[in-house]
Every structure is written in C-alpha cells, then in structure tokens.
Design a protein around this ligand. Structure first.
Ligand SMILES: C[S@@+](CC[C@H](N)C(=O)[O-])C[C@H]1O[C@@H](n2cnc3c(N)ncnc32)[C@H](O)[C@@H]1O
Length: 330
C-alpha cells in the first residue's frame, strides 16, 4: 500500500503561495552522454522526491520515451530501483543505448577520446554508412554534440556560434563524455533497452505493482508544434496514453507542456496536476505540467486552477395545476 502525507485541498488558496524557484541544473549530476532537447535533468530532484514517497520501494522503472535517459540513469546510479526499462523509437538514439547494453560503452568512450574534431572530420564521419551498431552510435553522439540544440530531426544543422563563438567545439567535451560512458557501463546489465513504441511497452508492464513509470512524451498534444521540431518521432496518440495510464497497477508521473488540451485530458481521466517551474535554454522561466494519480507529495507546487463552475439560474415556470378530477364514486 502507498502511504503519503495528507494534501492541502487548495494549496495556495490563501494567496500566500510562492512558486518554488526553478532547479539549477548545475546542481544535478549530469550522467547522460547526450545533450537532449527537452531533457529532464531539471526534473531530477522532483523525481527523487516522488520515489521516496512510494512504499514498498519499486523494483522497475519504465521510461517509455527515454531520449537522453537522465531519469533512468539517476534511478540506477542512486539505487532507487533495481532495473530500468528504457524505450526509444529513434533508431539513432537507440543505437547508443543498444551499444551500452551490448558492452560497447568502453569502445565508444575510446572512440570519443581519440577523435580529432573539426568540421571536415565530422562531415566525413557522419556521411559514411555505418557498418555496425556501435559506429552508428558514435555518429549519433557526434551529431548530437555538434548540431544546433542537439537536435537530430530533419532540418537541423551544425552549431554556428555555440558557446563563446566556439562553434562545433563548444559542446564537444571528449573526456567528460567518455567518462559518462564508462560510468554508465557499470550499470549496463540493469538496463533493458527497447527500440520500440513506448505505448506498447507501458501496456506490457501495466499489471506489475512493483513497476513505476516516468512518462515524458513529445509535446504534440492538440497539434502543438514544440515536439515536431525536436524529434524524428513526434506523432503520438495522447488520448491513448492517458487511457493506458488509467490501467496501470503501479504509480506513474507524466510531464507535459502547460497546454489546455493536456489539462482537459487529465481532467477527463481524473488525474491530478501540478505546475512546476523550469528554465528553458534561453533562461526564461516556464511552467510545465506534472500529472499523476496522487500528487499530494507536491504540496509545495501550485495546483492547476480548475475553470469556475457557472451556475445558471433558471426561471422555473410554475406548472398550471389542473384541478384533480373527482374520483368516481361508485
Ligand atoms: C520529450 S523527449 C524525452 C526526453 C527525455 N525525458 C530526456 O530527459 O532526455 C520524447 C522522446 O520520445 C521519443 N518518442 C516519440 N514517440 C515515441 C514512441 N511512440 N515510443 C517511444 N519513443 C518515442 C522521441 O524520439 C523523443 O526522444
């Protein structure tokens, strides 16, 4: 059974509520070899907080839209779960996770350390057709680290100026990236990676009480474009995802953009919502949505305002009463 602190019915209702400050990502251990568009490093402290409220401790974390995988990696490195089921549909990203699982993390680390980076060498490398999965993985890391915003979707191109005008060199830290592969290698046997549809894998685990789910889909609900620009795979049946979440025996958390369509879906499925601040790449503070079955542990965060119910006063016309007929007297 899950035991949790009692929630306030209307957190912040007294008007004293202050939105917590966005997490400073520099305070979170960076464990992913990717710089991932829409990455959830900023969510790590909240994720830890959530897991600490779940009793008994979950065995499995399912991450159906893994991307750069920071949440699964955190859960494994910090022993928050035994195993992580990571799912990602993008074959290039998948090649990296598959290489790690297939004991090629050290090979990748070495390839990164010995690569002489220049625009020509990168173009030369990424225009080759890879013969092995680990070569494809290396090409992916190279693109991810030299393309604008780490974006691999169509239309993406090289970093022009990058940090301090260093161009393609500005996100290429060979020693750091190689070290991350070496570190992940220690946990590789605890990763079950699938290049598959996240919805299918959620369904596969839906009966397991010891499984929890961190769900971070591409933000495309209601025709929104945000996810379309960033990922090769962006179309998703969001309604089906919400319906699947209702069937889960284990607990789940979803993160979404703060969009009306998403809030309406959450309402229809009777899920709870909270707003959480985050800083985007332009250092602007935005609010994202956290959705779950029971978010009482998130009392520090404002809940989503429900639309006011309007009461329509109806004029009720008095029915003209007709005189009852006199009963027949026998
Ligand atoms: C918002 S990103 C996840 C970011 C991740 N949480 C992180 O911290 O790096 C969504 C990911 O879902 C992937 N994706 C899209 N549709 C998918 C599907 N049906 N099954 C699995 N992955 C999918 C995209 O390729 C993208 O990498």
């Amino acid at each position: 059974m899950t035991t949790r602190k009692q929630t306030l019915l209307f957190p912040g209702a007294q008007g004293k509520f202050e939105m917590p400050k966005p997490v400073n990502v520099a305070s979170v251990p960076q464990r992913s070899p990717f710089r991932y568009p829409g990455g959830k490093t900023w969510f790590v402290p909240t994720f830890r907080q959530w897991i600490a409220t779940i009793h008994p401790k979950p065995t499995i974390l399912v991450e159906p839209f893994a991307g750069g995988g920071i949440i699964s990696l955190t859960a494994l490195f910090e022993n928050l779960v035994q195993d992580a089921i990571m799912v990602e549909l993008d074959d290039e990203i998948a090649a990296v996770w598959e290489s790690i699982v297939n004991a090629d993390a050290e090979w990748l680390a070495n390839r990164i350390l010995t690569f002489e980076l220049s625009k020509e060498s990168v173009i030369n490398e990424i225009s080759r057709i890879p013969c092995t999965q680990r070569e494809k993985a290396f090409q992916t890391i190279l693109k991810n680290r030299t393309f604008h915003g780490g974006i691999l979707a169509e239309g993406s191109g090289f970093l022009k100026y990058g940090e301090n005008g260093k161009g393609i060199h500005s996100r290429w830290y060979p020693a750091t990236i190689a070290k991350r592969f070496v570190n992940i290698n220690h946990f590789a046997t605890r990763i079950d990676f699938r290049c598959d549809d996240g919805l299918k894998v959620i369904q596969e685990f839906s009966d397991r009480k010891d499984a929890i789910y961190f769900i971070d889909p591409p933000y495309t609900a209601g025709g929104k474009q945000a996810g379309k620009r960033l990922y090769k795979h962006y179309s998703l049946d969001h309604e089906q995802l919400f319906s699947l979440c209702e069937t889960l025996k284990g607990d789940f958390l979803m993160t979404y953009d703060n969009a009306e369509e998403v809030k309406n879906m959450a309402r229809r499925h009777s899920f709870q919502m909270r707003l959480i601040p985050m800083n985007n790449t332009h250092h602007a503070t935005l609010e994202e949505l956290v959705i779950g079955k029971d978010l009482s542990w998130m009392d520090a965060f404002p809940s989503v305002h429900e639309p006011e119910t309007t009461y329509v006063a109806q004029k009720i016309r008095k029915k003209r009463t007709t005189k009852p007929l006199k009963p027949d007297v026998a």
